[in-house]
Ligand binder design. Structure first.
Ligand SMILES: NC(=O)c1ccc[n+]([C@@H]2O[C@H](COP(=O)([O-])OP(=O)(O)OC[C@H]3O[C@@H](n4cnc5c(N)ncnc54)[C@H](OP(=O)(O)O)[C@@H]3O)[C@@H](O)[C@H]2O)c1
Length: 241
């Protein structure tokens, strides 16, 4: 049976305070950490990033060199002065998780990208909590601070996760607190498969965009499948070492 196209993997990128798990305060990051922002840029550049409307407003613009997918329940493009499909600025608004995934999958597959990054905030991490494969996690050693958004999932003592990288980052002139960076990945991961033609059922805006790109997506998939298979073989090899 044809399962469809193997969809890109979903990863979270998040920085949280230790020990309270705070990620934000008054719709801002509660710290200045230039080193962490640089790493965030390196991890996500070139990829599709999915974020909540509040995080988008907090950043204030589409992130450069990334495909920005912003989730909001509001469909009112006029009153919020939004363009729902703005490929020139690589900015795409989605009203549901499925729609956000459709856009992220389609954009990633057509540009041969293997990963999609969910970049927050708290509501959006919860919305994708059953779907992510890897987490790029920074613990920021702030001590007790004020905050109104948290990320509370624990990895350290959870047998379902494998630590694949760990790095100490010192406090410095440009990094307000010391921090520790981790990459965890799930030991068991159910891959997603998508059929581009199923996307046509999602919504009329998606349909219009997809009809313009369907050929491109299906062609990309044929070429892409080989590199995905190769990637999987490498992953299996690495895991067995
Ligand atoms: N430390 C970090 O790594 C990090 C990363 C990112 C963000 N942050 C921080 O996190 C805070 C923001 O987080 P937040 O939880 O308040 O907001 P958020 O997750 O960024 O955005 C929430 C918004 O997303 C939309 N939304 C949520 N669920 C939805 C659904 N099921 N369907 C459609 N739309 C949905 C709604 O937009 P509408 O109201 O428009 O409908 C909702 O108001 C800020 O302080 C930010 O600085 C921290």
């Amino acid at each position: 049976m044809n399962k469809g196209i193997q969809a890109p993997d979903i990863s979270f990128v998040v920085a949280r305070s230790y020990p309270q798990n705070i990620i934000g305060c008054d719709n801002q990051l509660p710290w200045r950490l230039k080193g962490d922002l640089k790493r965030f840029r390196e991890i996500t550049t070139g990829h599709a990033v999915i974020m909540g409307r509040k995080t988008y407003e907090s950043i204030g613009r589409p992130l450069p060199n990334r495909k920005n997918i912003v989730i909001s329940r509001s469909q009112d493009a006029d009153s919020t002065n939004r363009s729902f499909w703005d490929p020139e600025r690589a900015l795409y608004w989605a009203t549901t998780r499925e729609n956000a995934l459709f856009i992220a999958d389609a954009l990633s597959i057509t540009s041969h990208k293997r990963d999609i990054f969910v970049i927050g905030g708290a509501e959006i991490y919860k919305l994708f909590a059953d779907l992510y494969y890897k987490i790029y996690l920074t613990l920021v050693f702030t001590g007790k601070i004020d905050g109104d958004a948290t990320f509370d999932i624990s990895f350290e003592n959870d047998d379902g996760w494998k630590l694949i990288e760990e790095q100490e980052c010192a406090k410095s002139e440009v990094d307000e607190y010391p921090s520790r960076f981790y990459i965890y990945k799930k030991k068991k991961y159910n891959r997603r498969y998508v059929n581009p033609r199923d996307f046509l059922k999602i919504d009329p805006l998606a349909e219009k965009w997809l009809l313009q790109h369907l050929d491109e997506i299906e062609k990309a998939n044929l070429e892409h499948q080989e590199s995905l298979n190769l990637f999987d073989q490498q992953l299996t090899l690495a895991a067995s070492r």
